[in-house]
Design a protein. Structure first.
Length: 541
């Protein structure tokens, strides 16, 4: 759960939502918000590693772990659709517009409260029905997700246990979007701490009785704890608008903000993006037992740099949405260009660490119990290939936000993601037989990079008029720095005997090499990132 009690002084350090006359929040406040949210994200990521370590130690890479990961496809899809991209892309602009209209006055009823009353009950009812349908149709869902399983019964049981996340993740995503639009980022960043605590606790307490089903039950329990984390802050903010606002003017925002024409492109985009995972597990289900697990462990670790880089865009997304709502197109352009450069710098630095130190990372994190040296070798090889697509994953996550920041329907991101998904499917079909899980990871990297390139090329004419050449240049310089840093880290980690000392050496050499090359190339992004860190942790405090 969030380490900060709602209403405390620390919670209040999130940036106050900018007024229509000042759509961009001060950089210092954004840096503080990003720093606080990133701190909680790091804690959640570390707990996620503990969670994966518990599953790996107890069940290794086996039929049981594969069954759990197939069932985990449901909460993974739900998290992307309902907590992160989907719900955020829909509701942050809607709440931002409602807050802008509240500031204008002239409303008979408070726009924020009207939006909640019009959307939350209907959303809850739809999600509850969808979750019940998934419980009933679990055997068919497993058959579609992993047709190569010899015995699907365990996966079916786990899927039924995780089906509750369709409702609980939906409520979590709704509350998170509302809080972010209000400038509250700490509580939403803390939900995954509660989630992982539930999984870890249930797995360790009940694995001897329920086997891997205990981990699936932990997913359900953890998802309920996520709601508990957000509810106090949400309830405290929304009732502030119970009274009626006097005056006449524009009509209050209603359900049209979330009408079908706006909803459909966002939902289909998020589903197509998450379908990358569905394709991977579909192809891996025909490989020997443990293939899905190797792919999952590699992804979970490799994606950590991406999670941190996306915190930049998560914090600034309400700023972009508010700028678009108030007509400040130039402010939105500057914010998007800066976000893309900073997010790319963070993820490429992390990519260099992952690529250079993959065997040492896997051995330190997972090689114990049922997870042996052969599993380490297989997982590390997949991790290095998967890391090649991290920039593409980050860019897709960052670029979709300005596309959907206006609240108007746009189908272009879906087309770009659909093209990437076709590339992933085609390449995976060709590469799986000769290269196994490494071929699947390579297909993922190529497909997501295709989607990212298409979205970048279409952003200028369809959403925010970014300078494409300047954006490409801002990506090339950290990419070159990452390539040199990865080679330096690979050498350093290999020269030092022992997994932990080798990992320490690599983690020391990679950032130093990355920064030195960035200085030689005169990359302002690395220096800007250091400035943000210094803003978050000023001297003398």
């Amino acid at each position: 759960m969030s380490t900060t009690a709602p209403g405390s002084a620390t919670e209040a350090t999130g940036p106050t939502p900018p007024t229509p006359d000042a759509p961009a929040a001060p950089g210092r406040l954004l840096a503080r918000a990003a720093g606080g949210a990133a701190g909680l994200t790091v804690v959640a990521a570390l707990m996620g590693l503990v969670r994966d370590q518990a599953v790996a130690r107890l069940f290794g890479a086996s039929h049981a772990s594969d069954a759990f990961l197939i069932a985990w496809t449901v909460p993974e899809m739900a998290a992307t659709l309902l907590i992160e991209d989907g719900m955020a892309l829909l509701l942050v602009p809607a709440f931002s517009l409602a807050l802008t209209r509240r500031g204008d006055g002239g409303q008979v009823r408070d726009p924020v409260r009207a939006l909640v009353a019009a959307t939350l009950p209907r959303l809850s009812a739809v999600l509850a029905c969808a979750g019940a349908l998934l419980v009933w149709g679990a055997p068919w869902a497993v058959a579609v997700l992993a047709p190569g399983l010899d015995d699907p019964r365990l996966a079916v049981d786990c899927t039924r246990l995780t089906a509750v996340t369709v409702l609980t993740f939906g409520l979590t995503g709704y509350f998170s979007a509302a809080l972010r639009a209000h400038g509250r980022f700490l509580a939403p960043a803390g939900v995954y701490i509660a989630y992982n605590a539930g999984i870890i606790g249930m797995t360790l307490a009940l694995h001897s009785v329920w086997g891997v089903r205990a981990a699936a039950a932990g997913v359900a329990v953890g998802s309920v704890l996520m709601i508990v984390t957000l509810l106090p802050t949400f309830v405290r903010l929304v009732p502030a608008a119970r009274g009626r606002v006097e005056g006449k003017g524009r009509r209050e925002p209603g359900p049209a903000l979330l009408g079908a024409t706006v909803l459909a492109p966002v939902v289909l985009f998020v589903v197509s993006r998450q379908s990358q995972v569905l394709v991977e597990r579909f192809l891996a289900s025909s490989l020997p037992d443990g293939a899905i697990s190797h792919l999952n462990y590699a992804q979970k670790v490799a994606q950590l740099p991406m999670v941190l880089s996306m915190m930049i865009c998560t914090v600034t997304f309400p700023v972009v949405a508010r700028a678009m709502a108030s007509g400040d197109r130039e402010g939105a352009r500057r914010r998007v260009e800066r976000d893309l450069a900073l997010a790319a710098t963070v993820v490429l630095l992390g990519t260099a660490v992952v690529f250079g130190c993959a065997p040492q990372i896997v051995e330190v994190l997972f090689q114990r119990g049922a997870f042996d040296a052969a599993d380490t070798t297989a997982t590390a090889g997949v991790m290095r290939v998967y890391a090649l697509g991290l920039l593409g994953h980050t860019l897709v996550g960052a670029l979709c936000r300005p596309f959907f920041s206006t609240g108007r329907p746009t189908w272009y991101p879906l087309g770009a993601m659909g093209a990437g998904l076709l590339v992933t499917t085609g390449a995976g079909t060709v590469l799986t037989a000769p290269f196994g899980v490494a071929g699947i990871a390579a297909a993922n990297a190529v497909g997501i990079s295709t989607a990212a390139l298409a979205m970048l090329l279409g952003l200028r004419s369809r959403a925010v008029a970014v300078r494409t050449g300047a954006v490409v240049l801002s990506l090339l310089r950290p990419a070159a720095s990452a390539a040199v840093a990865a080679a330096a880290g690979l050498s350093a980690a290999g020269l030092v005997p022992g997994a932990l000392p080798g990992l320490a050496a690599g983690c020391l050499v990679v950032p130093v090499a990355f920064l030195l090359v960035s200085l030689v190339l005169r990359a302002p992004e690395a220096l800007h990132l250091l400035a943000l860190v210094r803003q978050r942790f000023p001297h003398g405090r």
